[in-house]
Design a protein around this ligand. Structure first.
Ligand SMILES: Cc1cc2nc3c(=O)[nH]c(=O)nc-3n(C[C@H](O)[C@H](O)[C@H](O)COP(=O)(O)O)c2cc1C
Length: 452
């Protein structure tokens, strides 16, 4: 029976994706201590989550007013640690929970990224995943020694080559290459380890790769781009896809479209799991959940949102008054997240103002429908899952660790009772949890060739 996949949305930073979260009265602020992450890991594994996934950006959000003072003062995602190091402290205290982290294809090298994640996969016995991002703003580029962000679609063209090189490296060792035969002094069969010699327009990487295959073959590839070019990229490479579907009707349609685009490239559409982002606030009852929402709403500030909008769209919103409109040139010139920009322009407002951007994107972020007691939340999740508008959910916390503790305490038992969510892990690897088979060497080439 089809089961819901659950992803926990994690941050190696001073707050969740919601800056107000650190101001929550119950929020822990020791967010740079191993105990903090280890506690969250134990809560998620007790809740039988598929994976804990760390998002990341290579800069604090200081585009707004071109200065980081507001970022640090308000604690707007100003601490950003290396996510892989944080997830390893969690992996050490868990056995089944999968772990994912974000690395950029625009500023890292494929050999490096392939080695980091294949090593995590071996050190966790097949529980790793890599979230492929192309990075969205100038300040990330400047931290990584560049002058500015790469043009939107070109970022994805480079990312296509990056994936070919990473998957090529991950396929360099056959599963049975290593024999470690001390008597005959044969460590590994030379004909079972290949050199890649990848050369593309943007990327080149020689090999041979230096890390053998893991119990699940190689890490799961995560992707979250939602623009036209982003979805093309997802159809070609994504095994676990993060989306933000605003409502069930558009969710059903876009879910079917994305699966169809993967099938059109010769991929098995069931070999792609689509999980939609939901910031769930729950408690004993609907009333208790609504009280929590009301308390949370008192914590949010406009500067939080204006700072994040500036970061995500690579545009300094401080340069405009709240009721000042964007010209069509300015809109067309945005090189940050196109899906976010398009969410505003698709409402039909020709020259949206700053206030329009705030109103429309706030609606997307904290969708008020995901507020309720165990039954209300499970009803909605079951409706989306069976529509189908998704294969599962990315659970976004409003504060840590309370949001996950509440979800595991109140909602997980209700989902298990309905038989739509696992009572216990049946396998050991992340692919087992997600229902993804172990990829054969070179399997990715089918869709890659079809996409050419
Ligand atoms: C749940 C979720 C997690 C994401 N995590 C990251 C992240 O860690 N780093 C990042 O740069 N973008 C992240 N994104 C944004 C996407 O990777 C992508 O940059 C964005 O959707 C813009 O892509 P587009 O220009 O193709 O629309 C995330 C999006 C979602 C829905």
């Amino acid at each position: 029976m089809r089961q819901i996949n659950l992803v926990a949305f994690l941050q190696a930073q001073n707050c969740t994706t919601l800056p107000a979260s650190w101001r929550h009265p119950e929020a822990r602020t020791d967010t740079y201590s191993p105990e903090y992450y280890q506690h969250i890991a134990r809560v998620l594994e007790a809740g039988k989550f598929d994976i804990g996934f760390f998002d990341d950006r290579l800069a604090m959000p200081d585009m707004y007013s071109g200065d980081h003072a507001h970022t640090v003062q308000n604690g707007i995602r100003c601490v950003k640690m290396d996510p892989v190091t944080c997830l390893m402290t969690m992996a050490g205290v868990t056995e089944k929970l999968g772990f994912g982290a974000t690395y950029s294809t625009s500023y890292y090298e494929p050999f490096h990224v392939a080695r980091v994640f294949q090593t995590v996969d071996l050190m966790t016995r097949g529980r790793a995943a890599w979230n492929v991002v192309t990075s969205v703003n100038d300040n990330e580029a400047r931290n990584m020694g560049r002058d500015g962000v790469i043009e939107h679609d070109t970022r994805y063209d480079r990312a296509d080559e990056f994936l070919e090189a990473v998957l090529g490296h991950w396929d360099s060792w056959d599963d049975d290459a290593i024999v470690a035969d001390k008597v005959n002094n044969l460590y590994a069969h030379p004909d079972k380890v290949r050199r890649l010699d990848y050369e593309g327009k943007f990327i080149k990487s020689r090999g041979p790769f230096t890390v053998p295959r893991s119990p699940q073959g190689h890490p799961v590839v995560i992707q979250a781009g939602q623009s036209g070019r982003g979805k093309q990229f997802a159809a070609r490479w994504g095994e676990l896809i993060f989306v933000v579907y605003p409502d069930i009707e558009s969710g059903k349609q876009r879910y079917a479209e994305l699966k169809a685009s993967a099938a059109a490239l010769g991929r098995d559409p069931d070999h792609m799991k689509i999980t939609t982002l939901a910031y769930i606030m729950t408690g004993e009852s609907q009333a208790e959940a609504e009280d929590k929402k009301a308390a949370y709403d008192k914590l949010t500030t406009d500067i939080d949102q204006l700072s994040l909008l500036s970061e995500a769209l690579n545009f300094d919103f401080a340069a405009k008054g709240l009721d000042e409109a964007f010209s069509e040139e300015e809109i067309a010139g945005i090189q940050g997240m196109h899906a976010l920009r398009d969410r505003v322009t698709s409402t039909g407002i020709k020259n949206p103002t700053v206030r329009d951007f705030m109103r429309i994107t706030r609606r997307g972020l904290l969708n008020t429908k995901w507020i309720g007691g165990p039954k209300e939340i499970a009803d909605m999740m079951e409706e989306w899952f069976t529509a189908p508008a998704c294969d599962g959910f990315v659970i976004g916390p409003t504060h840590q660790p309370g949001s996950f503790e509440d979800f595991v305490k109140y909602v997980v038992p209700e989902l298990q009772k309905r038989g739509i969510y696992r009572k216990d892990y049946s396998g050991t690897t992340l692919r087992d949890h997600l229902g993804l088979s172990k990829p054969a060497i070179g399997a990715w080439k089918t869709s890659a060739d079809a996409a050419e």
